[in-house]
Design a protein around this ligand. Structure first.
Ligand SMILES: Cc1ncc(COP(=O)(O)O)c(C=O)c1O
Length: 494
């Protein structure tokens, strides 16, 4: 293909994608609604394209942009130096997951360094069960035992429940600002204070809300104002409105930050010193994020957050008027989780997954979240997640109409019951004694569940509710095997 044919093909492929702009997709994308930001990000990314972030001494522009971004975040999160306390320092990473992974690795290495007997020991990582799954990944990658604290049915976690899990073998306790599934702000002050009194590191995962909460009215102190907070992650590619590929991880104190690094001179090549998980790194996302923060400044972020606040409030008010539907708990920030109002009679309840399927027919995507059975706490209901961005305000009337009309269509319809797939899996013995389906069987089951088209480049079935009900009811290893197969098939060449 010549270059113009290549681009024509790419544009054809892009037509398959969900719309990234305009407020139709209430997950994954963070649209400021300002086209000038997109143009600026693109131009900045292009200027930095040839650089390699591996070595900021060879490419000092990278160091300069990192310094500015860390300074910007540190100021927003009240970590600028006052008095003689440890200086807040940090790094730019490729995204939320990398920031979370590094926060855990750093805390584990500090915990191990405290006592020679801990050199190869396996500490615990305490989080609410609603903490982002990146922490489960971190525990598995860096040899910690993930110790989830159960939540209340409203998606919040009680401080005393988290504090009860703290002990000498805990390398890190994580609190979220806010938690993605419920939008709840964890009890940061109580947990961080208890952790500090026991000498335990406390990380605030503000990957989702970090660049909205500083300007969110009424948000309690969640950042470096709380003295027990030892590190904070916040994603520039979410409410920082930068293109994907940037997050910031800040630590209280240089000692802590330096534990994040990997350095070696034990090979005959160039000395390797990596502050993050990657080696060679694109500087384009960094430059785009830098340009956007320079352009918006704190005033720009305050204005964009105000639009999110108005849109969130508008949706909350609208949901309060929809019989059978409710907002879960008392969220703080731009995430809402919609659940069935179980105080209404069953025939009036609105199942959030049927709602999400129906809303999709109006062109809006809200995200299905399966419920969770907690062995040591109440069952958490299945829900529909909404990430609310500044542009949501512009489509608010349309979105509210879609929610109301869709609720009218699905009201009284019970949660999907995937009895056929469940019976087949049970008959075949999957789930028992850790038996999980391999690729071929998982694929057969997925096709029965109607997800087969996804591997042929088509979108997932219009009705996601049955697949989600299956995920919710299966033993986790079986559900995980099915979903792994689904994603693997999507990208597998035929
Ligand atoms: C609270 C929280 N932490 C971490 C992450 C992971 O971020 P990423 O998808 O950028 O890796 C997310 C993503 O939604 C999140 O909401």
């Amino acid at each position: 293909m010549n270059s113009s044919e290549v681009l024509v093909r790419l544009k054809e492929l892009r037509k398959l994608d969900a719309p990234t702009h305009g407020g139709k997709v209430l997950a994954y994308v963070y649209d400021s609604g300002l086209s000038e930001l997109d143009e600026l990000a693109e131009a900045a990314a292009a200027i930095a394209r040839p650089l390699n972030g591996l070595d900021p001494t060879t490419f000092p522009s990278i160091a300069a942009m990192e310094r500015d971004l860390v300074r910007f975040a540190r100021h927003a999160f009240h970590g600028s130096r006052s008095g003689l306390g440890p200086r807040v320092v940090g790094s730019i990473t490729s995204g939320g997951t990398e920031s979370c992974l590094l926060a855990v690795k750093t805390a584990r290495d500090l915990w191990r360094a405290k006592d020679p007997r801990r050199k190869h020991a396996r500490p615990r990582l305490v989080t609410a069960v609603t903490a982002h799954a990146a922490f489960q990944k971190a525990a598995s990658a860096f040899d910690l035992d993930w110790d989830p604290v159960p939540c209340q049915a409203d998606g919040s976690v009680r401080a005393e429940d988290m504090i009860r899990h703290l002990g000498d073998d805990v390398a890190l306790v994580v609190v979220s600002a806010p938690a993605y599934p419920s939008g709840a702000l964890d009890p940061i002050r109580e947990v961080a204070t208890a952790a500090a009194s026991r000498g335990i590191s406390c990380h605030v995962d503000a990957c989702f809300g970090g660049f909205a909460l500083p300007w969110w009215p009424g948000a309690p102190a969640w950042d470096f104002r709380v003295s027990g907070v030892t590190s904070i992650s916040a994603d520039l590619h979410k409410y920082g409105y930068a293109p994907k590929g940037t997050s910031v991880l800040l630590h209280r104190g240089r000692d802590r930050h330096r534990k994040q690094f990997f350095a070696t001179t034990r090979w005959p090549g160039y000395p390797v010193v990596n502050p993050t998980l990657l080696g060679s790194r694109s500087a384009s996302p960094l430059a785009a994020a830098w340009a956007i923060t320079q352009h918006l400044g704190t005033r720009g972020y305050a204005e964009l957050t105000a639009a999110c606040v108005r849109a969130t409030e508008g949706i909350r008010q609208a949901v309060a008027e929809i019989p059978g539907l409710a907002v879960q708990g008392d969220p703080v920030g731009p995430a809402l989780s919609l659940i069935a109002d179980v105080s209404a009679p069953e025939h009036l309840q609105v199942d959030p997954h049927h709602l999400a399927d129906e809303v999709a027919r109006h062109g809006f995507k809200i995200q299905h979240q399966p419920g969770l059975h907690q062995t040591d706490g109440p069952d958490l209901p299945h829900s529909a997640h909404l990430t609310i961005t500044p542009v949501t305000e512009r489509s608010l009337t349309e979105l509210v109409t879609a929610l109301k009309d869709s609720a009218d269509v699905v009201r009284g319809r019970a949660q999907a019951n995937p009895w056929l797939e469940l019976a087949a899996l049970r008959l075949l013995g999957y789930g028992k004694s850790g038996r999980v389906p391999g690729p071929a069987m998982a694929w057969t089951i997925l096709q029965v569940a109607g997800a087969g088209g996804a591997a042929k480049g088509k979108s997932l079935p219009g009705n996601m509710a049955p697949l989600m009900a299956l995920v919710e009811r299966l033993p986790a290893p079986v559900a995980e095997a099915l979903l792994t197969e689904l994603l693997a098939r999507v990208s597998e060449p035929r």
